[in-house]
Each structure stands twice: as C-alpha cells, then as structure tokens.
Ligand binder design. Structure first.
Ligand SMILES: [Zn+2]
Length: 322
C-alpha cells in the first residue's frame, strides 16, 4: 500500500497532479443534496469544501472502477427508499462506503504531511489504525479487481429507515476514522458501517438490528443505534488478516480467505456503560441530552429503542429543543 499526492488512491500508479482526481463525495451526491459550498473541518483545523474534497485517481481506475460504482449507486438513490437500497449487493454497498471513508482518511493523511496546525493525535502516528489500514486496502482492491470474499463480508453494514415526522436532515454523514466507522443518511435511509470487522459487529448486534427491522425509526432512535455501533467499533480489538488463494490458469477472479487472531486477543474489550453513555451523548447532541440524564441508572443508560424492561419502544415525537 502506497499513498501520496500523485499516487492513485486505488491502484497506486502515478497520477498527473490536479488532472487525475475523483471527488470523494460523488458529483451526483453534491448535486442531489445541494452540498456545494458545504464545508468540513479536517483534523489540522483547516477547512475544505465538499466539492474540493478530491483524491488522486488514475484515468483507468476512474473510468473502470469509480464511475461505474457511482452510477450504480446513483441509480438506487434516484429510486430511493429502503427497499431500493436493499436491492444493492453487499459488496457494492461496502465498496461505495469504503470509497468515501478512505477518501476522507487519505485527505487527512495527506494534509498531515503539511498541516496547518499539527493535530493532537495524528492519524499517521496511530499504529493500530495504520495496521488496520493495510488490511482495509487489501479488501478495498475489490473495487478494481474481481475478488470473491470466501464465506465472509469484510464489513458490518446496517440499513435503517427514518420516520418522516421529525426528520429534518435530508443529508448527513459522520465518521470515526480510527475505528473505521462511516455513516451516511440519504433522505429516509441511513447506512451505518464498520468497514473492517468481518461482519462481527453485525453479528454481535443481531438482536437490536432484528428489533428495528420493518420499522421507521425516530431520528433519536437512529442516533442511539449509531451510538451502539460506534461504541462497539471502539471496543473491537482485532485486525482481520486476509490471504489471497493461489491463482490457477483460467481463474476469473481472486479468492480471499480471512483469519482473525482471537486466541491471543479478545475480540471486544469489555463494554462499559460510562463509555457507551459518552457515545450516546455525542450522537444525541442535537437533543442536548447530558450525561447525568443519560446515565441516571448506571446499570442501564437511557434508551429510546427499548423500555426499562427491554421491550422495543416506539417514539413518535421527541422535538429538538429550541
Ligand atoms: Zn489507479
């Protein structure tokens, strides 16, 4: 894996500066959600507008990998609705979210080479993140090379539906780069992904995910669901390894196997309600719910997904404070 200002983000070949780039958030997204001029703040405190968020990409990867991927997803978004998103195969969804996640991460890494203000915790000095990134880059190659993941998905992807009544944000995204979390909201559909856990978080959150199936959730419930996934990703303690099977003549694709070292390490660090409560507080910022209220019962942090006896809850109204 190599990265640099003049190196294709996908294949690693040299690119022609300023000519060979792709937009991290695809043009159709910028257009559809009127994101031109919207800005994001990088870790070095510099500010970049969404349309200037671009990564180096060679013409071949752009025309044969990135653009076809974006066209496929744009067609789904144009129809809209959860049912339409559910038609997308798991791998396409993973690659699409991975492309945006990696585009943002790469922008941060390149900015750190020449930062405005040196970040307190530079990503390039985060050893575990970099080793995850090596593994991530291997599976991300499925965007340009035909790869079959044998009996696993590299990521946990969740799809949620939002009820319209108090839903005011047609577009929203957030991420946690070091835990490989990425989430995006497009109209009434929210996609939440941990991009490098081999589907283990989805397995661990099976029950909660089942309980929200077929329901349009209140935004405060979506935020809680996200807090659970983000916190689980924070506790996730292993880095999957990937192995490419030997290629035989006539093979049309590569086959990847995977291995997780759960012998020397626990897969998850222990769940602590105080840590989880902070994740809730962060996700519930809009509703200004503070820690004392969230953790009034230390054994059972506040929940809008479940009642105190653990039954699924329905929330129809919980207005954002003025
Ligand atoms: Zn390339």
């Amino acid at each position: 894996m190599r990265f640099g200002r003049h190196i294709c983000f996908l294949c690693g070949l040299p690119t022609q500066p300023s000519v060979d780039t792709v937009s991290v958030l695809a043009p159709w997204l910028l257009e559809r959600y009127q994101l031109h001029g919207r800005q994001m703040r990088l870790l070095d405190q510099s500010v970049v507008s969404f349309e200037d968020l671009r990564v180096p990409c060679c013409p071949r990867c752009r025309t044969q990998a990135v653009e076809p991927l974006e066209a496929k997803v744009a067609a789904v978004a144009a129809v809209g609705g959860l049912a339409s998103w559910q038609q997308l195969d798991e791998q396409t969804l993973f690659l699409w979210l991975a492309k945006m996640y990696y585009g943002i991460l790469l922008t941060e890494l390149l900015t750190e080479l020449d930062p405005l203000i040196k970040p307190e915790y530079p990503l390039s000095e985060n050893g575990q993140m970099l080793s995850k990134l090596q593994s991530f880059y291997q599976v991300f190659q499925a965007l340009r090379v035909p790869i079959v993941f044998e009996d696993f998905n590299p990521a946990s992807v969740f799809m949620l539906e939002v009820a319209p009544e108090e839903d005011t944000l047609p577009f929203e995204y957030d991420d946690d780069l070091s835990t490989m979390m990425f989430s995006i909201k497009l109209d009434d559909v929210v996609l939440v992904a941990c991009l490098l856990d081999n589907g283990i978080i989805r397995q661990a959150m099976r029950r909660v995910y089942e309980d929200v199936q077929g329901k349009a959730l209140h935004p405060i419930q979506v935020a809680e669901f996200k807090a659970r996934v983000y916190y689980a990703a924070y506790l996730f303690n292993v880095v999957p390894d990937y192995y490419v099977r030997a290629v035989k003549p006539g093979d049309t694709h590569l086959v990847y196997d995977t291995l997780i070292d759960d012998v020397t390490r626990e897969i998850f660090n222990p769940w602590e309600n105080t840590g989880y409560a902070r994740s809730l507080q962060e996700m519930w910022k809009r509703w200004r719910l503070e820690l004392p209220e969230i953790i009034r019962n230390p054994a059972q942090p506040l929940s809008f997904l479940y009642t105190e006896v653990g039954e699924p809850r329905t929330i129809t109204s919980y207005p954002v404070p003025e």
